[in-house]
Design a protein around this ligand. Sequence first.
Ligand code: AMP
Ligand code: MG
Length: 433
Amino acid sequence: MAGYAVPENELIGVDEALRRVMEGVSPLPAEKVGLEEALGRILVEPVLAREDIPPFPNSAMDGYAVRSQDVAGASKSSPVKLKVVGSAAAGYTPEVAVTPGTAVRIMTGAPVPPGADAVVRFENTDESLLGKGPKEYVSILAPAKKGENVRMAGEDVKAGETVLEAGALIRPQEVGLLASIGITTVEVHRRPRVAILSTGDELLPPESEIFPGKIRDANSYSLAALVRKYGGIPIPLGIARDTEEDIRSKVRQGIEARVDLFLTSAGVSKGDYDVVKAVLNAEGEISFWMVRMKPGQPLAFGYVQGVPLLGLPGNPVSSIVSFEQFGRPMLLKMRGFTCLEKPTIRAIAAERFKNSGRRNYVRVRIEKSGSCYIARKAGPQGSGRLQTLSRANGLMIIPEGVMEVKVGEEVEVQMLDWPEIVQCGFGEKGNLE
Ligand code: AMP
Ligand code: MG
């Protein structure tokens, strides 16, 4: 944990803020999970295969198991006639061997009978796909090389081989690979437990009626959804009033719940009731509380009783955009990821964008036009305007110090969704990848 004095009005850049935030978290310890829990996790230790996959030579096609030398000269005009001596189905050991001049009818996945070294698929025989059933003879209409349409034992995975390295991400294909080698539990980094606390006297839970001066708490819900999206476990702490005592008591609840990270929203700007900073100062230490970015200049980071706390701004857009920049890589690092940068694309500005000079994350709508991406404003950019973020599929990054982006200029965009996915929610038809 790094200690920093709290310069009264220190305003730092996004990169420096990110550096300090990332110093505050480490990959979490391992836990053992079953395959159904393994998706999206990072392996702590390598996985070695105990057996060959496939465990025995088997057919890659429905056809006839043959000796390649018997059919070397086969063609449509001079077919090779073989005696069918049996059949081989997936799941059973073959009862007969293939001897010179014979063949075994074989299904995909069935063990290749002794004596055979190739499989001729039905399409290269006189077998009609409709005419099933036992046959006495088959005519082979094309040659088959040794090993053709045969999946060799150990061709996918060899016994003793490292199948997955430590640090590998478990995707659906790794889940299948692990199942295929009989590994049903893996050691992976634990998922971060993330406390979520909204602060503000004006906040009511979403199920509540609206009273004068009050608004509904959007951030607890959007932040919990983000935590889930990036593989954490949200621990909701509810709404704290704008008092140090209330925030402190909620923080205590989080400590008791053994959280790995606190996310708070609001109460970090310069207003009279912005008490999150005060609690950070009293309960631990504060690293910074202002970052040169838009939306979201007020952004606090520090520690309470040794647990990192990211104090996000209250405006619903600012809290989400700041989370994407800081919370997302923190969660990924705790989960054991090493590639932490959010991927970006290059797009062409279809209109002019003005900037204040801070690094700006502009809510844009990205469309594909031929081989290019085109960026347009998704709507008005006020930090309270959550609907504009709902209509956006990307965040265009205007670098610090750049005051304007002209029409036709190339820009960098963080994608929230891919432009090929037509968004649900405002009259268009959904299309999930
Ligand atoms: P603050 O950071 O406390 O100055 O809040 C900035 C703005 O965000 C104010 O307009 C708040 O009412 C609003 N706000 C704070 N917390 C939330 C929340 N959880 N959901 C929706 N709006 C919020
Ligand atoms: Mg407030």
